[in-house]
Write a protein that binds this ligand. Structure first.
Ligand code: SF4
Ligand code: SF4
Ligand code: SF4
Length: 347
């Protein structure tokens, strides 16, 4: 157990599916050899198969307090890195040649189901689900590693893989129920989201949260009563973990998505939401219905001229307030280029 736990809340009512978060993470952390296929952050269209493809059926997590081996996702299931006709566009001499993906697995990777969604017209629906490593309170990856190469930092609960100790057995990949660990076959080690710990150590929020144009991601400590995480998770209780049934106590929480009314056979709106409650319950558990009702009733109050700290927080009128104590500008760490890490130490 860590002394404190850092966490992230993502408001799914504001996610645009733009993948800016994915690119921010990619640019910063996964450009070394063997990392081409890695997207530590992904944003998938739901209902959908997710990344890696069909991850929800791959097993892992805890049963009877023991980490369970599940399926080990392949590079193909994550989605091979795309390649583009850069040479042709930049040096081919024909300005009319468009940029196009021509290798790897175009259409896969960051979002296998781009805007497919579920339901049938006029009740078709979709929403976006961004995912990173959950920096779980009880990480199945850590429990499954025979090399004790995975550590949970005492000060903030960030879960890190020590690349010096890792021998690439990949039991962590099998045990993680969220399938958020990748394998680097050049370096022979497992790698995953590091919650941007060098930035966090310098008081700067994560790249995926700071770059998000939708103001989707809140960052802070679970026990900070003045921070956004405590307010959304504990005080207002409107942020829920994803697939909590796996028993790892994930520390990424989601404000579930509202949706327009379902249309009946005569073309009239009903009282039912277009995204079926059963589907949201399958992701976020039974409290999701109560949470959606709470957000709706708060919206109605504001529409009647009342004020709501909860809605102001969700709207994120004050952008920097989203990041708890991690409000410093990234230039604060610019003098110390952060590219590599070993043993949880910035180099
Ligand atoms: Fe480990 Fe997976 Fe939890 Fe991340 S999400 S801490 S990789 S079990
Ligand atoms: Fe990547 Fe940092 Fe976001 Fe993790 S917290 S997904 S390392 S940008
Ligand atoms: Fe874009 Fe933010 Fe959604 Fe990522 S979380 S896809 S950056 S809106």
């Amino acid at each position: 157990m860590s002394k404190r736990q850092i966490a992230m809340v993502m408001d799914l009512n504001k996610c645009l599916g733009c993948q800016t978060c994915t690119v921010a993470c990619k640019r910063l952390w996964t450009r070394r050899d063997g990392m081409a296929h890695m997207l530590w952050n992904t944003v998938n269209t739901q209902p959908g198969t997710g990344t890696p493809h069909d991850w929800e059926s791959m097993g892992g997590g805890f049963r009877d307090e023991r980490a369970q081996p599940g399926h080990r996702p392949s590079v193909g299931e994550f989605g091979k890195a795309w390649t583009f006709n850069h040479e042709e566009v930049a040096f081919g001499g024909n300005p009319d040649i468009p940029l196009r993906a021509e290798g790897g697995a175009p259409g896969k990777g960051a979002n296998w189901d781009e805007d497919v969604g579920g339901g049938e017209y006029p009740n078709s629906h979709y929403f976006y689900l961004p995912r990173i490593c959950n920096h779980c309170t009880h990480p199945a990856c850590l429990a499954a590693c025979p090399r004790k190469a995975i550590d949970k930092r005492e000060a903030d609960g960030i879960v890190l893989i020590d690349e010096d100790r890792c021998r690439g057995y990949r039991f962590c990949q099998e045990a993680c129920p969220y399938k958020k660990i990748y394998y680097n076959d050049v370096e022979g080690v497992s790698q995953k989201c590091i919650f941007c710990f060098p930035r966090i150590d310098a008081g700067v929020t994560t790249a995926c949260s700071r770059q998000c144009p939708g103001r989707v991601r809140f960052v802070g400590f679970l026990d900070d009563p003045n921070g956004p995480i405590y307010k959304l998770v504990t005080q207002y209780r409107i942020a829920l973990p994803l697939h909590a049934e796996h028993g790892t106590q994930p520390n990424v929480y989601y404000v579930p998505p509202l949706s327009p009314p379902r249309i009946d056979a005569d073309g009239n709106p009903t009282e039912e939401p277009r995204i079926p409650n059963e589907y949201l319950v399958s992701l976020f558990g039974p409290r999701v219905v109560e949470v959606l009702e709470k957000i709706k009733s708060e919206r109605a109050r504001v529409a009647n001229g009342e004020t709501s700290e909860m809605l102001d927080l969700l709207i994120s009128r004050k952008w920097l307030d989203m990041f708890g104590p991690f409000t410093k500008h990234p230039r604060e760490i610019a003098e110390s280029p952060i590219r590599f890490y070993k043993n949880g130490v910035r180099t």
